[in-house]
Design a protein around this ligand. Structure first.
Ligand SMILES: NC(=O)c1ccc[n+]([C@@H]2O[C@H](COP(=O)([O-])OP(=O)(O)OC[C@H]3O[C@@H](n4cnc5c(N)ncnc54)[C@H](O)[C@@H]3O)[C@@H](O)[C@H]2O)c1
Length: 364
């Protein structure tokens, strides 16, 4: 049942984002309606494959589609050139053709990895994003950024490759472990802070960290997805507006890497990053202390910690931020809040100010 439908329109492709309960049951028809005719190559991880993989495969096969499933190990370590190479082997040995489609069933790791492989195998085949967690539904499955990691940093190898369809089946959220669910809230909060004060206020009214029931669930997701869709429609290639989506990510990525990939969930690191970056905005005098406090309170209500993990050193974090992709001519371009619901890019933040905030948070 499609409850919500949004449209992405970029130079790289136009496609629907569909949100609703039990949408995976309708996958075969929805693909056919979009002219996706060839074989279907599903990529997932063992947890998601166990819960939904067999059901999706069976439904596709019942509808007469030729479909196969490949599982990569769970977690960030799968965004790796060696894992991408395994996928190329599976696809090319299996005889993938240009008219086929790769279906990414899972969270952001699967979406980024399978998306990158779809962008590059045979110089690009159709990609369908089937996000199964909160983070992927509201953020990573939309907008066409795909990629894998390099030992020098996250997402350093990648491509823009817009999907042909994004289908968010909200039933899948029911099986999310609490920690994953909470981590997913981080990106939803981010969307509220950067562009939608009403969404932020809605989150403040939620019953703890619980995802609401339908139809509120799909409506809330639509509201969060709309922020991403609007930003991507304005700026597909991240030259301006789209950089706002990096709010919390400059320091968040540094913290995630410094902890060692897998120790912190992506959203957990982003929550800490947002708290630090909001404090940078406060010290710059562009954001009120009361807004920083509101964000802090909401993150905690949603089960997200905001303290830098013990033992992390400010110098190490600052060093990592300078290696971020967003650095231009040695300057970090910070996405910083001005108030709940509004943010802007700042390329002129004094290093000493960032250092002061991070040092205070690390205690050294
Ligand atoms: N491309 C983009 O624009 C973009 C944006 C934001 C984040 N990202 C990337 O996304 C990745 C993080 O994604 P993530 O936080 O989704 O992590 P993830 O993909 O590792 O998923 C987290 C866990 O959730 C489990 N899971 C997913 N759906 C489930 C379900 N319905 N039931 C039970 N378990 C389920 C998975 O098995 C996995 O263990 C990072 O690599 C980040 O760089 C990309």
């Amino acid at each position: 049942m499609i409850r919500e439908q949004l449209r992405v329109t970029t130079p790289g492709g136009a496609y629907d984002v569909l949100i609703g309960p039990a949408l995976l049951d309708e996958l075969a028809e929805l693909l056919a309606a979009r002219g996706i005719q060839g074989r279907l190559w599903l990529v997932s991880d063992p947890q998601v494959a166990r819960l939904y993989g067999a059901g999706v495969l069976a439904a596709l096969q019942r509808a007469g589609r030729s479909a196969a499933l490949y599982q990569v190990p769970m977690g960030e370590h799968s965004k790796d050139p060696a894992v991408a190479a395994q996928l190329y082997d599976w696809l090319l040995d299996g005889g993938i053709e240009r008219r086929d489609a790769i279906l990414a069933l899972g969270g952001g790791v699967i979406g980024d990895l399978a998306g990158f492989v779809a962008a590059t195998v045979l110089r690009g085949v159709a990609l369908v994003q089937l996000p199964t967690n909160l983070q992927a539904m509201v953020d990573s499955a939309i907008g066409g950024k795909t990629g894998i990691n390099h030992r020098r940093g996250k997402n350093l190898i990648g491509a823009f490759h817009q999907p042909r369809l994004v289908l968010a089946d909200t039933v899948t959220l029911a099986t999310l472990p609490a920690r994953e669910r909470n981590a997913g809230w981080a990106e939803v909060v981010k969307h509220g802070v950067i562009r939608d004060a009403g969404l932020f206020a809605w989150l403040e009214r939620l019953d703890g960290a619980m995802v609401p029931d339908e139809p509120a669930r799909s409506a809330l997701l639509r509201r969060a997805v709309a922020v991403k869709v609007d930003v991507v429609n304005i700026d597909e290639r991240e030259t301006g507006e789209r950089m706002l989506l990096n709010y919390g990510h400059t320091l968040g990525h540094a913290i995630e890497a410094e902890a060692g990939y897998g120790a912190l969930l992506h959203g957990e690191a982003v929550a800490i990053g947002m708290h630090l970056e909001a404090q940078i905005a406060e010290r710059l005098g562009i954001c009120a202390a009361s807004d920083v406090a509101r964000q802090h309170a909401l993150l905690h209500r949603l089960g997200l910690a905001t303290g830098v993990p013990a033992g992390m050193r400010a110098a190490a974090l600052l060093d990592r931020t300078l290696r971020d992709k967003k650095v231009q001519a040695g300057r970090i371009r910070w996405a910083l809040p001005h108030a709940i619901g509004s943010a802007a890019i700042h390329a002129d933040v004094p290093e000493s100010l960032v250092q002061a905030v991070v040092t205070a948070a690390c205690g050294s």
